[in-house]
Design a protein around this ligand. Structure first.
Ligand code: AMP
Ligand code: ZN
Ligand code: FE
Ligand code: FE
Length: 286
């Protein structure tokens, strides 16, 4: 069975593997396709595509956009995007500016709480990539303020915690439109993170996004149970949405998530890539 991983992060955002290291690891892991989906940046794509030239693996250019959500976290994935699209660049500039303004605010909050983290430390950790909360988490571990990355999120960094500052400035409809203008396919990432209490609440959000042009739903995911995955596949099929999946691999930033297999047993069929391509062709012929 051909397998893929359609949700991964590199050093361009908050992953710890460079784009070329990630592509080599994906090939060595036996995957047939890999999508690079860094948070709010496309700066890792060129290196990843170049690395795949010499290897037996298909690399799909992608991006993961953070959008405004009423609760939890909402992320929209874009696949097969034209990374040089002016519409995409314009949106990324806005979101990256919001991130750049947020980071010093979170540093100040942590300093007020007696934790001596600095922007320089975070920038070193990000190795030239974009600073995000997982870098804060690793810094807090290194400073001895917490023992684990998870503890850093729970005590300081998660939404509602004392050092958390919001960063999303993009509406879900605008994220979907941006992805379409960049000739890509838009997929709702990891629905578990929406923190819906009922199926009705989840379906309500999905239907709003479908009305805005959503193309697919990330059903296979490291944090989704088998039952939730099946439920999501049902929701996707009823609406003609593409079924996709990915691990959200971040390398050392999330050591418990393995490329391709997540927490162990995840298998994402290559059929997801076929479905994305079919959708892409339907879009471009309309
Ligand atoms: P940011 O884009 O800077 O807000 O950071 C988002 C990253 O933080 C994503 O990679 C998430 O997986 C990670 N993250 C968000 N919330 C948590 C949490 N509660 N525990 C662990 N990681 C989290
Ligand atoms: Zn991340
Ligand atoms: Fe995400
Ligand atoms: Fe992600």
């Amino acid at each position: 069975m051909k397998l893929c991983d359609l949700h991964t992060h590199t050093t361009a955002s908050d992953g710890s593997d460079s784009p070329s290291e990630l592509v080599r690891l994906a090939e060595a892991s036996g995957l047939s396709a890999l999508a690079i989906t860094d948070h709010d940046t496309v700066s890792g794509i060129e290196e990843a595509l170049r690395a795949s030239d010499q290897l037996n693996i298909e690399v799909i250019p992608g991006v993961e956009l953070s959008v405004i959500a009423n609760k939890g976290n909402m992320h929209i994935l874009g696949y097969f995007i034209d990374k040089d699209s002016p519409a995409l660049q314009e949106t990324l500039n806005i979101v990256q500016k919001a991130r750049a303004e947020r980071n010093p605010k979170m540093v100040a909050r942590l300093n007020e709480l007696g934790i001596g983290v600095s922007m320089t430390m975070l920038e070193d950790m990000a190795q030239g990539g974009q600073v995000g909360r997982p870098h804060f988490a690793r810094a807090l571990v290194e400073l001895g303020a917490v023992r684990t990355v998870q503890e850093a999120f729970d005590r300081y960094l998660k939404r509602g915690a004392p050092a958390y500052c919001p960063k999303s400035v993009l509406k879900p409809v605008d994220a979907i439109e941006t992805i379409h203008r960049a000739n890509g396919v838009a997929v709702l990432a990891h629905p578990f993170s929406l923190k819906c209490e009922t199926r009705g609440e989840l379906v309500g959000i999905v239907d709003e996004l479908v009305a805005a042009g959503l193309d697919g739903l990330e059903c296979y995911y490291s944090e989704h149970s088998k039952e939730f995955t099946q439920e999501l596949i049902g929701i996707a099929r009823q609406r003609g949405l593409v079924v996709t999946g990915g691990t959200d691999y971040h390398g050392k930033a999330k050591p418990y998530i393995k490329l391709g297999s997540g927490k162990g047993g995840l298998k994402i069929p290559y059929e997801c890539v076929h479905e994305l391509k079919t959708r892409l062709h339907e879009r471009s012929s309309n």
